[in-house]
Design a protein around this ligand. Structure first.
Ligand code: COA
Length: 323
């Protein structure tokens, strides 16, 4: 059977780093509060004139260079973002143009913080049909532009960044010993739209709007939904938590990461944690964390990775990948 396999990763963070101390000078918060409640110490913020497509293009170019592929090799771009440069065209087509790919399939996926899991699942399915051979799957965001910088309950939590992977179609035996995406499971429950949303849009207010969130309720749902979908994805891959080498989680809050890992009986040091230095970069957070762990040598050939994310909608999902 055909499997989709991630052969390289890349990421990009804007140069500007915004510390908790700087935020505490703007809103009624403190470094101590932010670190204790979230684990976040700093976040990166895009420069004026630096767009989501710029971050995505840089991350994608880095992944392509590591994969040893040229623009003509890519026949599919699936990009997860809630902060495209414009309402349309799809940011994926802007990235396509900036990379210099003349023709391919390119579209965006809107699942907010779960976006990368959704994009990975769509790309995996398209690669497994045999129609596409090499895909770029990207998560990129400039969430700083959606924040109400006077709302201390949200502005301290998010950051900007991009992560990308190159995926290829490859022959596998159809067993859990294969390399590549072994399983993925996605969910959505629109009844919770009002717990995490943006209060504007092209079809309603005609404005971009700002992010609004009921943090405590999101937190509660996150731990339950994530641990249950992680179990589901493992079962679908015919593996158990004991087979997992690394959890590559969405980086929203260190307490969510730790509580979820604990529910699965996983150790704290099996978690890839970047929330301290990146904050929550929405769809970019999983591929950013993956790139960090691949580049620092933690992730090795044959390792079993459990990717997971939850976001506005709610949407949530998990995937099991053998490296
Ligand atoms: N600095 C200082 N105090 C703050 C603050 C900040 N940045 N943000 C909120 N507070 C205050 C609140 O006003 C509240 O004060 P009160 O008790 O006087 O009303 C107090 O801290 C506790 O607020 P609460 O919301 O109960 O804190 P919490 O422990 O739930 O932590 C979050 C808040 C947002 C960090 C946490 O709920 C969270 O991470 N939720 C999930 C968010 C998430 O994952 N979102 C993205 C999903 S993709």
């Amino acid at each position: 059977m055909i499997r989709s396999r991630i052969i390289a990763t890349g990421s990009y963070l804007p140069e500007r780093v915004l510390s908790n101390a700087e935020l505490a000078a703007q809103v009624d918060t403190s470094d101590e509060w932010i670190v204790e409640r979230t684990g976040i110490r700093q976040r990166h913020v895009a420069a004026e004139g630096e767009f989501t497509s710029d971050l995505a293009t840089e991350a994608a170019k880095r992944a392509m260079a590591r994969a040893g592929v040229v623009p003509g090799d890519i026949d599919l771009i699936v990009m997860a973002t809630a902060t495209p440069d414009q309402t349309f065209p799809a940011a994926a087509t802007v990235v396509q143009m900036k990379i210099g790919i003349d023709d391919c399939v390119a579209f965006d996926v809107a699942a907010v913080c779960s976006g990368f899991l959704y994009a990975l699942t769509v790309a995996d399915a398209m690669l497994r049909t045999g129609v596409h051979r090499r895909a770029l799957v990207i998560g990129a965001e400039t969430f700083s532009r959606l924040l109400d910088w006077e709302d201390r309950g949200t502005c301290v939590l998010f950051g900007d960044g991009a992560g990308a992977v190159v995926m290829v179609a490859e022959e596998g035996a159809g067993t859990s010993a294969d390399h590549g995406v072994l399983s993925s499971r996605l969910h959505a429950d629109g009844r919770h739209n009002q717990l995490l949303f943006v209060d504007g849009g092209p079809g309603s207010t005609g404005t971009v709007g700002k992010l609004r969130m009921k943090g405590k309720e999101v937190f509660r749902h996150a731990v339950n939904n994530l641990s249950s979908v992680m179990h589901e994805a493992l079962e679908a891959a015919q593996l158990s938590a004991a087979d997992v080498d690394w959890v590559v989680p969405h980086q929203a809050n260190l307490r969510i990461l730790e509580a979820t890992a604990k529910k699965l009986g996983l150790e704290r040091d099996q978690l890839i944690v970047t929330v301290d230095s990146h904050a929550n970069t929405s769809a970019a957070s999983v591929p950013l964390a993956l790139d960090v762990a691949v580049r620092d040598g933690r992730v090795r050939i044959g390792d079993v990775l459990l990717l997971e994310a939850m976001g506005g909608g709610f949407t949530w999902g998990a995937a099991v990948v053998r490296w």
